[in-house]
Design a protein. Sequence first.
Length: 266
Amino acid sequence: MSAMSAQWKQWVLKCLLGGTPVQHIINTLSENGFSSDTIRKVLGSNLNSTHKFDVDTDFYQRLAASAVTRNVNARALVSPSELQLYSIENFLSANECDAIVNLSKDRLAPSKLAGASSADNIRTSSTCELAFIDNELVTEIDARIVSTLQLGVGEREVIQAQHYNEGEYYKPHYDFFPPGTSQYIEHCATRGQRSWTCMVYLNDDCSGGHTRFTKLNIAVQPRKGMALFWNNLLANGDPNTNSIHFAEPVLNGHKTVITKWFRTKN
């Protein structure tokens, strides 16, 4: 996936040849999720070198410098140049994991797929919207995740539990919304792009159900209480396509996880 499709590049060229003001082009590209770095590249010498963007590369560099990257308990699972992907063992205690499983099991509904009319044959799990339950433990876990990243922005995305029965899965997908698409406009106009993801495994008494980062050929086995944190964006603000991941089918038993996403706007 390129940071900008051929169709968008053609639109930019058409605008430049037609005399469209450069600021209008910049505004449109920014509203559609393209980073300042990508906009600079596509406009080239048509953009004043001193132009100031509302959100520039240093913002995304601060996101990439999240506190989890300095956490002594966090282990990098791959080179950060490929993907900022970290695990923290025992992020939740066994009792906390069991409590969330019990809290969510009677509140599950079929998982939805953002920007699609149906999740059929793509995502077959069930979801519990933990954020809408008045529960002290949920509030504490949400705060613990926020504190681990310390991004200072986009922390209000809801916290969920996802449950996978035997045979259930979520096919390879990105957590970010592709810039320049209707999906981006629908989901990011107000809250911004998804940046970091946190996922916590609540049980490991199952087989299968690995989280596989398909481009990196890394499969993470569920471990009760272990958290994964990964950055869906590059340090220049473009989507990191290495973040594509696959919730592999549960072969025996069931799997439950907590998921929380972060955004680039409050």
